[in-house]
Design a binder for this molecule. Structure first.
Ligand code: CP
Ligand code: NVA
Length: 304
């Protein structure tokens, strides 16, 4: 049976820790692999990307394989032909698919109709590759994950959902603070609570940025306007006032807190320049770790 990488909810704690371990070994060059030799990975992207596209292209090449980028013009998912026909056709050529879509259902459909592994490179619901790189980044900084306090301040979006799943799987405490009406989806909250019961992590959602960052080891923020929400920009900029990560807010955090952001960032909106470019920020370690963790995911999926 083929395995996909669509959400960390489908991975056990042991598998997630194994992926982190593998990524660490790839990063410090204790491990090299040619596992993708002779294989081609298709990158279906309906939205723009810097980190995801480039880190996958580089990662696949470092593992001996090659990539074909299939942007919105080429594939036109579900419009030019059905997702099912695309998935079945591409399965005859490719070794795996990385898909960045608007609707999460498109990733699920690609996986359902493919005979090859499908990796979620960001959908409206989840961003699991990001969350895996993020927990590796946290583990590198603190040497552990269990018991640390992560404050996510901003939109209860795809990045927040995946972080909730990741945190609750590995025993990281997480407090989410969003404006009213922007909370993470109820189903994801319920799922995270069920994983948290097993791992011992505490997951909460409220509407106070101050309460979330209190004693936090990690402060995380993402854009207030995700791709596809551009028409809501004015309303969102207004609704998210008070949820900016700035010098005054971080005073309540633990002294050695780290600041994280999946990028792209908007200085002066969700975070001030002083914080994102300051000494607590680890944004480029996160970006780098996308490469190592995605190589680990590919090795895991291609291993016989
Ligand atoms: N963080 C992230 O996924 O970045 P890109 O949108 O540039 O791929
Ligand atoms: N929440 C953002 C993440 C970008 C990597 C978006 O969906 O646009």
């Amino acid at each position: 049976m083929k395995r996909d990488f669509i959400s960390l909810k489908d991975y056990s704690q042991a598998e997630i820790l194994k992926l982190l371990d593998l990524a660490g070994k790839l990063k410090n060059k204790k491990l090299k692999s040619n596992i993708l030799k002779g294989k081609t990975v298709g990158l279906i992207f309906q939205k723009p990307s810097n980190r995801t596209r480039v880190s996958f292209e580089v990662g696949v090449s470092e593992l001996g394989g090659s990539c074909i980028y299939l942007g919105p013009e080429e594939i036109n998912l579900g419009v030019r032909e059905t997702t099912s026909d695309i998935a079945q056709t591409l399965s005859r050529y490719l070794g795996a698919i990385v898909a960045r879509t608007f609707a999460h259902q498109d990733v699920l459909d690609l996986a359902r109709y493919s005979t090859i592994s499908v990796i979620n490179g960001l959908s409206d619901l989840f961003h699991p590759c990001q969350a895996l790189a993020d927990i590796l980044s946290i583990k590198e900084k603190f040497g552990t994950l269990k018991g640390l306090k992560l404050a996510y301040v901003g939109d209860g979006n795809n990045v927040c959902h995946s972080l909730m799943i990741a945190a609750s799987k590995v025993g990281l405490h997480m407090k989410v603070a969003t404006p009213k009406g922007y909370e993470p989806m109820k189903e994801i909250q319920t799922l995270a609570q069920s994983f948290a019961k097993q791992s011992g992590s505490r997951i909460s959602v409220n509407n106070s940025a101050e309460a979330a960052v209190h004693n936090a080891n990690v402060i995380y923020s993402d854009t207030w306007v995700s791709m596809g929400q551009e028409e809501e920009t004015n309303k969102r900029l207004n609704d998210f006032k008070g949820f900016q990560i700035n010098a005054s807010l971080v005073k309540a955090a633990s002294k050695d807190y780290i600041f994280m952001h999946c990028l792209p960032a908007h200085r002066g909106q969700e975070v001030t320049e002083e914080i994102i470019d300051g000494k607590h920020s680890i944004i480029f370690d996160q970006a780098e770790n996308r490469l190592h963790t995605q190589k680990a995911i590919l090795m895991f999926l291609f291993k016989k």
